[in-house]
Design a protein around this ligand. Sequence first.
Ligand SMILES: N[C@@H](CCC(=O)N[C@@H](CS)C(=O)NCC(=O)O)C(=O)O
Length: 226
Amino acid sequence: MASDITFHYFHGRGIGEPIRLLLTVGEIAFTDRRYSVDEFANMAAFKAQLPFGQMPALEVDGVFLGQTDSIARLAARLTGLYPSDPIEAARSDMIVVHQAEIQSALAKMSFEGVPGTPGMKMVPQEERQKRIAAWLETTLPGALRRLEKLSQEGCMVGSQLSWADICVFNRLNQLLDIDADVLHADFPKLQAVHDRVDALPQVQAWIRAHQDDYPRFRAGGENRSR
Ligand SMILES: N[C@@H](CCC(=O)N[C@@H](CS)C(=O)NCC(=O)O)C(=O)O
């Protein structure tokens, strides 16, 4: 088992949060090193150590690993949250890719340029809201229906908590931040997955400790799930 783990990423949840959550749920100690965009832009020597020059990056006993999907899968393996059955593993992989595509679609509607670079611009608010509102109506319901159909009772794959649940929880959080009614009555299984992960004591403690990243969960948590 690795002894010294540092997670390198920007402030905020971004694409890195599932990795933080996985390590947290698995109770693996790690240093959560966060950077500002300007700080990272000026760290040529550090960037040169990153396999693809970008974050998130996981440093495990001095070895740097890149690519969100690969790091999240490693975190899932380290924490016992990666299914051992090959078919269940593949089902968890496809679900994780699917929820990441939802994030990429939102990022495309929200940013111009590469997120985390000084040249990046937000799409003007009015235009962004217009694009996202249309996508919420036309595209997202189908994407959520497919996830709902795949989910079991309280988890996405098999009968045990897996990294797919953590990644889906994180994505649903992002969607609920945008539209608190996004799950409404049509997605009871996804709601159950969300609520199961939300109820984990490690997740509750993490959210309490990082309220700036979880605005919807502030003020005593009365707005936590729905
Ligand atoms: N395919 C990569 C994309 C990583 C990526 O785009 N990282 C951005 C932040 S979300 C970044 O490091 N931006 C700063 C830069 O490119 O210099 C992954 O999934 O990890």
